[in-house]
Design a protein around this ligand. Structure first.
Ligand SMILES: [Zn+2]
Length: 292
């Protein structure tokens, strides 16, 4: 079964409170920063990782868990991980450390995440906990493993300083990504690998022009099956024996062959067909638009 890891950056820019007592650290900004790093790392390791919220809006909790539910209903195995920074009381206080909340479905993973976070950051271990939180409770209702990480206290002076650093955010994202890889038995990969190795994990993308055929996403370029797409929109595919290349409507295309099927970059193929390309990064979906 294909798996989707949904990363939820808790709260939005407009959520009341949710900041350090001196106002220099906003929780939504920390959450989003860590969440984006985490999504990138998971994608590098070959996961289909998606953010529940792409911008700074405060998406209601119900919409966040409904998104996870909807992806599950599309036939995916879903994991939901929500990223937060903790707070205790109104002003500065001594409460400190990291804690991870879990539902029944995520117990094992939550233990791995928590111990990796402690090992990576050296902060105090507040343990894996249960609480009646929307994210863990509602995901459990749909049989989805749900985890909520509280990555240190904004209300603790030392931790607040730490939470503002890139180095700390990177450690948190790395710890959680490594834990997810370990849990699913997937090797953790970093983006410093050679380009050829980095090329290997290919994500499937769907194209929506009244047919649903898989394409590929590689190095930020989506590749679409030339013949299936061209024929679906009534274009003409030719094989040029001299150049040993496929031509669409008389235009040569950059071509790659995967499993006996010829693929071309979405943009090139669309241009040859006189169509426009829209890319939905969240759903890894290419839409070709135009007058046929
Ligand atoms: Zn929070």
């Amino acid at each position: 079964m294909k798996r989707v890891i949904m990363i939820d950056p808790g709260h939005g820019a407009e959520t009341p409170g949710k900041r350090s007592p001196d106002g220099t650290l906003r929780e939504y900004e920390f959450n989003r920063n860590v969440a984006r790093r985490l999504v990138k790392k998971l994608q590098t390791s070959g996961f289909d990782a998606r953010l529940t919220v792409n911008d700074d809006t405060d998406m209601p909790l119900i919409q966040r868990t409904n998104q996870a539910r909807d992806v599950k209903r599309q036939g995916y195995d879903v994991l939901l991980v929500s990223i937060h920074a903790n707070a205790a009381g109104e002003g500065w206080s001594t409460a400190n450390g990291i804690e991870t909340y879990t539902n029944d479905q995520a117990e094992k993973l939550a233990q791995i995440i928590q111990s990796r976070l402690i090992a990576e950051t050296g902060l105090r271990d507040r343990g894996v906990k249960r609480a009646d939180l929307h994210i863990t409770r509602e995901s459990a209702r749909y049989g989805i493993p749900g985890v909520l990480c509280e990555l240190g206290f904004m209300t603790n002076k030392d931790e607040c300083t730490l939470l503002k650093t890139d180095a700390y955010r990177e450690k948190c994202a790395a710890a959680i990504a490594k834990a997810i890889c370990e849990h699913y038995g997937v090797p953790f990969k970093t983006s410093t690998e050679s380009p050829q190795q980095a090329q290997k994990p290919v994500d499937k993308v769907s194209i929506a022009i009244n047919l649903s055929v898989p394409g590929y996403l590689r190095d930020g370029v989506s590749w679409l099956p030339i013949r299936a797409v061209t024929e679906a929109v009534g274009g003409k595919v030719e094989w040029c024996a001299t150049t040993k290349q496929v031509r669409v409507n008389g235009k040569d295309l950059t071509e790659t062959i995967e499993g006996g099927v010829s693929y071309a970059p979405a943009r090139e193929l669309a241009t040859a067909l006189g169509l426009q390309v829209e890319w939905d990064a969240n759903n890894k979906m290419v839409t070709l638009k135009g007058v046929l």
